[in-house]
Design a protein around this ligand. Structure first.
Ligand code: HEM
Length: 236
């Protein structure tokens, strides 16, 4: 266990597993957020579908258990990525400073995972401030109580839709979301297949496939979040 936390390959493994777990979270998150595009379209009144999704996430006991695990996942991913980056910089020593140039033939994304990660982190700070802290009662928020269909019944809950919708009427915030989502997409084009490579799934047949799947995952997640923010600003 101590080796897992301290040996270089152990740290890389933890970074990979936590990264894959965060990707899984992002797929669930994107699914709920995509309700923002369907609201008012599928016969639901504006905001009903998204409010039902948020209500489900907020009241489901399983999600309540997963939330601290998610926070731990972010922490492990960030801390170990910093440790590994500084370890690599130290290992390369003065050579790194002598050339000043990045290694040729290595993808741009793989050489810029730390700056991309920092951009995503900066986006997350804005994002958590905008939504999460209000919904958890850390920042003031006085939502209306609204009704929405919920598994064949009618449920009552907070009007999260109006908060998200109003936030996306601000062009500056939409731009932050677009930049954050694009940084996320680039981060994932390398991060996804690299995680599988670390785990040991790096044979000649699967590596090219995983690289293609990486690009698909990056386009779905990065593109999905971008489209939602832009669509809310332009069409809702
Ligand atoms: C259009 C884009 C997005 C929208 C509309 C959106 C919406 C939301 C909302 C409403 C919450 C609060 C949920 C609650 O507290 O119950 C939330 C939380 C969160 N979001 Fe997003 N989000 C977007 C993009 C992203 C992206 C790109 C990431 C990661 C890179 C992300 C990561 C998180 C995290 C970590 C939380 C806190 C954990 C949670 O509540 O589940 N979000 N988001």
């Amino acid at each position: 266990m101590s080796n897992l936390l301290t040996a270089s390959i152990g740290r890389k493994l933890l970074m990979s597993i936590s990264g894959l777990f965060l990707i899984l979270f992002l797929f669930v998150h994107l699914t709920i957020n995509s309700f923002l595009l369907l609201d008012g379209v599928l016969g639901f009144e504006e905001g009903q579908l998204f409010n039902a999704g948020v209500h489900f996430m907020g009241t489901n006991p399983l999600i309540k258990i997963i939330e601290p695990v998610l926070a731990l996942g972010f922490l492990v991913h960030i801390v170990y990525s910093l440790i590994l980056t500084f370890q690599n910089m130290k290992a390369r020593g003065p050579q790194r400073y002598a050339s000043g140039k990045k290694t040729k033939g290595v993808e741009w994304t793989s050489q810029n995972m730390l700056p991309l990660g920092i951009a995503i982190f900066a986006f997350l700070v804005v994002h958590i401030y905008n939504f999460y802290m209000k919904m958890k009662g850390i920042l003031p928020w006085e939502p209306a109580e609204v009704e929405f269909p919920f598994f064949g019944l009618t449920a009552t809950g907070e009007d999260a839709y109006t908060m998200v919708h109003e936030t996306f009427q601000n062009l500056g915030i939409v731009i932050v979301y677009v930049i954050g989502s694009i940084a996320l997409a680039f981060h994932l084009t390398h991060g996804f297949w690299s995680a599988f490579q670390t785990i040991g799934w790096n044979n000649n047949i699967w590596m090219p496939r995983l690289k293609v799947i990486s690009s698909v995952v990056a386009i779905i997640l990065g593109g999905g979040f971008t489209v939602i923010a832009l669509a809310q600003y332009l069409f809702f």
